[in-house]
Design a protein around this ligand. Structure first.
Ligand SMILES: Cc1ncc(C[n+]2csc(CCOP(=O)(O)OP(=O)(O)O)c2C)c(N)n1
Ligand code: SF4
Length: 311
């Protein structure tokens, strides 16, 4: 795949470019589904013509938060549940940047839940990948918002009394313009879904099922996965909100009972992204804020003055 570099020259891009030159110390366990997300991103990015310097990955805290240690894009490791506000700020300052936010189900659907709802509502042009292993992985397997009812862990030794959260339906209701679910055990589909999400202009939420063989051995990791777009039994219009909502409901009702349905559930190509809306009402200049600041000597002087004053 070819792309244009920062100075406008056309060049070939290879997925190896997304591997850091210095190999980081491995922190993911053998067999972890997080490797599947990493692989699909490394395959998808060059296929959609992105070079490493055009991409920013913003992560939260958790095993999933280590993603950008293994991916040679720009990276920002934020705090628990806060990948989305940082990603939003970066996208507003530099709309030309491809911004990918990532985190776990605890990170994104628990502590970061409010940011998720409002980022979807405002339709920020961000790809949001949630590594959904249905537990807190890094802190050793506690019950998370997506753990099934009855799930036993050290925090809920008698079994969780709570209904799991429904991420697809929540995102659709909040206003996301692209909603999909894929799985690390389904690598071909995962790559295609990630490519679509990156190319989508608006908030693209991918619930990415990732197995945690260390702390969630009981999870449905190797049950049959059916692609809703490939199966004649699940014919629905992904651009129709009502049909998509019904499909999501059906899927999320049976998620923990056997077959898992994955694929693209909802796509709205017509809704303008937050950046486009801001530009339309004159609240955002045409040229990226990041570049204005870069060229403006007075702004730099102001920054240096501030630094001096806070020495
Ligand atoms: C404000 C805050 N609360 C709690 C923690 C402790 N903590 C670190 S990782 C984590 C859970 C991560 O689980 P999840 O987001 O599901 O990601 P995974 O590790 O499964 O990828 C928690 C609770 C923290 N770092 N910061
Ligand atoms: S604890 Fe689970 S989620 Fe974390 S690296 Fe190991 S297998 Fe992956």
């Amino acid at each position: 795949m070819s792309a244009f570099n920062a100075i406008g020259e056309e060049r070939e891009i290879d997925r190896d470019e997304f591997t850091p030159g210095v190999e980081p110390q491995p922190t993911w366990c053998p067999g972890c589904g997080d490797f599947g997300v990493l692989k699909s991103l490394k395959q998808a990015l060059p296929e959609v013509g992105k070079t490493p310097e055009e991409v920013l990955t913003v992560t939260g805290i958790g095993c999933s938060g280590k993603l950008n240690s293994y991916l040679d894009t720009y990276g920002f490791h934020t705090i628990h549940g806060r990948s989305l506000p940082v990603a939003r700020a970066a996208k507003l300052a530099n709309p030309e940047l491809e911004v990918i936010a990532a985190g776990g189900d605890g990170d994104g659907y628990g502590i970061g839940g409010n940011h998720w709802i409002h980022t979807a509502r405002e339709n920020h042009d961000i790809t949001y990948i949630v590594f959904n292993n249905e537990i807190f992985g890094l802190t050793k397997g506690q019950t998370s918002p997506t753990s099934p009812k009855g799930h036993k862990s050290k925090t809920q030794p008698s079994g969780s009394a709570k209904m799991p959260l429904r991420p697809l339906s929540m995102s659709l209701n909040a206003g996301a313009s692209y909603v999909a679910r894929t799985a690390a055990v389904n690598p071909n589909q995962a790559k295609e879904i990630i490519k679509e999400a990156i190319e989508h202009d608006g908030f693209a939420h991918v619930d990415f099922l990732t197995q945690c063989p260390t702390w969630n051995k009981d999870a449905r990791q190797y049950v049959p996965y059916i692609d809703v777009q490939e199966s004649d039994d699940y014919d629905f219009d992904v651009t129709d909100r009502r049909e998509a909502a019904e499909m999501m409901h059906e899927t999320e009702d049976v998620l923990n009972e056997g077959t898992v349905l994955t694929g693209r559930y909802y796509v709205d190509e017509d809704r303008p992204s937050y950046t486009e809306e801001k530009k339309a009402v004159g609240e955002l200049p045409d040229e990226p804020l990041a570049e204005r600041y870069f060229d403006d000597d007075a702004e730099w002087e102001r920054s240096y003055d501030l630094l001096d004053r806070h020495k």
